[in-house]
Ligand binder design. Structure first.
Ligand code: SF4
Ligand code: SF4
Ligand code: SF4
Length: 175
């Protein structure tokens, strides 16, 4: 049930629904902790699909969570990028490449247009542009896989850091 409901969501992973991604929102709907009309990227059409799936009446998008917009993509004005890596840290689908103090760029074919990279950028050098060809938008199933892979990567990084600290402590105690 959770997987099927999650698959109905756009996988933009923008957090506008007030949850940290589409899966947590799906979990909240099924738990009765969220309403079906909190996802702006779904729009009324997507909400109607959720309602049909759950066998409940549909309702319009709750504008408190945002507006339904055309599909978009982010672009970095690379000349002004200072390589602070703040955008990389927040991209839910690992669509940004770059390194500390180096120019960053967005893999537009992976970008969901979630806009999460805009607020942390100290240079205001990221812009959101509407997709001229909506068929070139990243497929929800692909974005979902990228989002889940990122969560696994972050979990591995935490485990690796914990292990490194444990070994460092053991070395200090042994010396
Ligand atoms: S697309 Fe954004 S608002 Fe919609 S469920 Fe996913 S994270 Fe929430
Ligand atoms: S590049 Fe920016 S807009 Fe695109 S998916 Fe990543 S955080 Fe979202
Ligand atoms: S947040 Fe802005 S300045 Fe920092 S790396 Fe990303 S694009 Fe460059």
């Amino acid at each position: 049930m959770l997987e099927a409901l999650n698959n109905l969501l756009p996988q933009t992973q923008c957090g506008q629904c007030s949850f940290k991604g589409c899966r947590p929102y799906a979990e909240a709907i099924l738990a009765g902790d969220a309403d079906i009309n909190q996802c702006p990227p779904s729009g009324d059409e997507g909400i109607a699909k959720i309602a049909a799936f759950l066998g409940v009446p549909t309702k319009p998008l709750n504008s408190q969570f945002g507006e339904h917009k055309a599909k978009s993509v982010a672009l970095i004005d690379e000349v002004n990028c200072i390589g602070c890596v703040k955008c990389i840290a927040v991209c839910p689908v690992d669509a940004i490449i770059g390194a500390s103090k180096k120019m960053h760029t967005i893999i537009t074919t992976e970008c969901t247009g979630c806009e999460l990279c805009l607020p942390p950028c100290p240079m205001d050098c990221i812009v959101i542009l509407p997709l001229t060809n909506v068929n070139s938008a990243v497929a929800p199933s692909h974005a979902k896989q990228r989002y889940e892979s990122r969560l696994i990567r972050l979990e591995k990084e935490v485990l690796a850091k914990t292990e490194f600290k444990r070994q460092q402590k053991a070395r200090l105690l042994g010396s």
